[in-house]
Design a protein around this ligand. Structure first.
Ligand SMILES: NC(=O)c1ccc[n+]([C@@H]2O[C@H](COP(=O)([O-])OP(=O)(O)OC[C@H]3O[C@@H](n4cnc5c(N)ncnc54)[C@H](OP(=O)(O)O)[C@@H]3O)[C@@H](O)[C@H]2O)c1
Length: 378
């Protein structure tokens, strides 16, 4: 029996030229797959902070409102003049969203590779996942083992590959231990388990005692709480113990990157590095890989001249390491999908829920342990 696509729908986000942000759910047409393609019925796709960059980041959230344009309901928010400038490049374009997800192959092209996937549950990345259906090249999806649920395959790209990418970068750039901030995040918990499995010393920075407990329960030793009075000294002690000289910072705004560099410099002195007027000669690096705090990054100095603060993104990292290493990473993630790289979701929502005001506010909070999973088949 051939698949029925008559009720296919897709989520869109549009920054209008008039200065509003709109979320809509609209009918979509699904073409028959070509020889090497499959059509996946989407069943599980997470809302990650990286998706929110396309969704809520431009919006003044207090102005969220529902509007009825006659055909369908839409969610609308005002966009400040500053955000209109920042996001001006997308003005007037109706954009699909959703970086990664999983579902069932319901139609397949004539090639053997495509036909072999018919009826399989597959995991994939590549955008446009907030939709009832997504057409993919057969070679771009990863089948899950028989019997595995779609939610097991929903988040096997963005966070797991980033966690591995951080440890790759650490090794490639000659460091032997890592610092991580906002470390009780979904990704942070994966990184904690990965570092424990691979014997990599990790200094995890969190902002509450409850978050610290999440990580010590996983088994981490060096967890420091930035809300504690002893934070700076605790951080230096952890850096002395681990020798970490590279940090991955998800927060971005504020002074934390600078504090980490000062603490690394202090730790270098305590570890007995030779004194120089230019500071410790070991290169100290902070990579900003997230902007949970969108304010300016403040660098105070006080850590010599051998340091760097720059951005880090998964996609260029994958391009840098090449296809063979990338495939190894994917295989490891698939094998450990219910262990090291398991994601936990607080709530499963439908496509329609994605434009419900209270639900949008809840998934925009990016709070510890509150990841939302969209099931477009609901
Ligand atoms: N560059 C890349 O290629 C790449 C790839 C994947 C992920 N990322 C980034 O990785 C980060 C984590 O993603 P995730 O899916 O694991 O997130 P998540 O599970 O939603 O967790 C977000 C965490 O950040 C904390 N947080 C939020 N705002 C904060 C702030 N202003 N200061 C300090 N902590 C804050 C939250 O703690 P509270 O509960 O205390 O708010 C929570 O623990 C995100 O920034 C994401 O953009 C980047």
């Amino acid at each position: 029996m051939s698949a029925d696509f008559s009720n296919a729908k897709q989520f869109f986000t549009t920054l209008t030229k008039e200065g509003t942000l709109e979320f809509t759910i609209e009918p979509m047409s699904v073409a028959a797959p070509d020889e090497h393609e499959v059509v996946v019925q989407m069943e599980a796709t997470p809302i990650n902070p990286s998706d929110l960059g396309l969704l809520t980041a431009p919006a003044e959230m207090s102005t969220l409102r529902r509007e009825d344009d006659g055909d369908a309901l839409k969610l609308v928010a005002d966009v400040s003049a500053q955000m209109q400038r920042v996001f001006g490049g997308r003005a007037g374009n109706k954009l699909p969203a959703g970086n990664e997800g999983a579902g069932t192959v319901v139609a397949a092209g004539s090639s053997d590779a495509a036909q072999a996937l018919m009826g399989k549950t597959v995991s994939m990345a590549g955008g446009e996942m907030y939709a009832t259906h997504r057409t993919m090249k057969a070679m771009e999806v990863m089948p899950l083992p028989d019997g595995a649920a779609a939610r097991e395959g929903a988040s096997l790209f963005v966070n797991p590959l980033t966690a591995i990418g951080m440890t790759n970068t650490m090794r490639m750039e000659g460091h032997s231990a890592l610092v991580h901030t906002a470390a009780a995040s979904n990704l942070g918990q994966m990184l904690a388990k990965l570092c424990l499995a691979d014997d990599i010393p990790l200094v995890a920075i969190v902002r509450s005692a409850a978050q610290a407990k999440i990580l010590t329960d996983i088994g981490l030793t060096h967890v420091v709480d930035s809300s504690a009075e002893s934070f700076f000294n605790d951080l230096v002690d952890a850096l002395v113990a681990t020798g970490a000289t590279i940090a991955f910072d998800a927060i971005g705004g504020g002074t934390l990157a600078s504090t980490i560099l000062v603490a690394m410099e202090t730790a270098a002195g305590k570890r007995g590095e030779e004194f120089s007027v230019y500071g410790s000669t070991t290169h100290k690096q902070v990579y900003q890989y997230g902007r949970l705090d969108t304010g300016p990054t403040t660098l105070t100095g006080g850590y010599g001249l051998f340091w760097g603060v720059s951005g880090w993104l998964l996609t260029p990292h994958i391009q840098k390491i090449g296809m063979e290493k990338f495939m190894e990473m994917r295989m490891r993630v698939m094998k450990e999908r219910n262990g090291i790289f398991a994601s936990h979701y607080t709530k499963e929502i439908s496509l329609a829920d994605m434009i419900d005001i209270d639900t949008v506010k809840a998934y925009d909070a990016k709070a510890t342990g509150t990841k939302f999973l969209v099931n477009p088949s609901l």
